[in-house]
Design a protein around this ligand. Structure first.
Ligand SMILES: [Zn+2]
Length: 64
């Protein structure tokens, strides 16, 4: 890992952050990158939306 995270790394952290708690360093790297990178911001938004949609659907399906 260099000082500047790549978009690929941010994409990975974005997905992993939905499943586990990221470390303070990881979150900081992500936040700094997101300030500069529109692409990764959009990726984060889409991933969050997708996750929410999947979760809502599975919650609804498990209800009687
Ligand atoms: Zn990026």
């Amino acid at each position: 890992m260099g000082i500047k995270p790549t978009c690929r790394e941010i994409h990975r952290l974005t997905s992993e952050g939905m499943d586990r708690q990221l470390s303070a360093v990881e979150r900081l790297r992500m936040r700094l990158h997101l300030l500069l990178c529109v692409g990764c911001r959009r990726f984060g938004d889409q991933t969050a939306l997708l996750r929410r949609a999947v979760r809502e659907r599975s919650t609804r399906e498990s209800e009687p």
